[in-house]
Design a binder for this molecule. Sequence first.
Ligand code: ATP
Length: 235
Amino acid sequence: MPNLLETCGLTAFYGDFQAIFGVDMQLQAGETIAVIGANGAGKSTLMRSIAGVIANRSDMILHSGEPIGSIDAADVVRRGIALVPEGRRLFPSLTVEENLQIGSYGKRDAGYWSLNTVYELFPVLRERRRNPATALSGGQQQMVAIGRALMSNPEVLLCDELSLGLAPVVIKDIYGAFAKIRASGAAIVIVEQDIAQALKVADRVYCMMEGRITLTGRPAELDRADIHAAYFGAS
Ligand code: ATP
């Protein structure tokens, strides 16, 4: 059985600037993995590459063994890979419900997620469904961004820095929803700067530094000092 998602020696560039260098990452069906690393380590670039926002060679990204590196972002969603982007990128003038509905364009046919199941996951969004997205708190906006991605019925949910700028109690609420998302059958990749949070939710962790994977393993197998060195570099 091929991995559900795999990157093989993935590289990515912004013009002449190389942001990631030969990243090998594997995700199996039903698994949750976390990518940790400091600012600028290349985590978002890895997510954007998989989501088809950054062009790549086709053989560097495989979905169920098929190369997807050079297909465009809409087709990546259609294949069942959805991104919750860093900074949420909601449509400010649209309501909560309209933002969610946008996520269902080009979705996979079958799946658990609908407006109703997203509202069951985040009941506060049902209450606020007619409000413009900008009227919501940061945490609620993050819920809309997650809900919008779920509306495409993803097999793989890519989450880029969900906790950025949110209060600890709100972060707890948001990660509290992940058990249900996992139960829906989705495999999850979370990008996190918060090491403790990543170790709590993930089956396996990848640490990145300066565009390379510096450490990988299951949380229980990883040594604190090794994580520190892989995250910050040797001191
Ligand atoms: P952050 O936590 O700050 O989002 P990150 O680990 O996600 O960090 P990336 O955003 O992937 O890191 O950035 C990796 C490298 O690519 C950094 O050196 C960054 O400055 C550079 N970079 C990111 N986006 C662009 C861009 N649009 N144009 C040029 N360089 C970029």
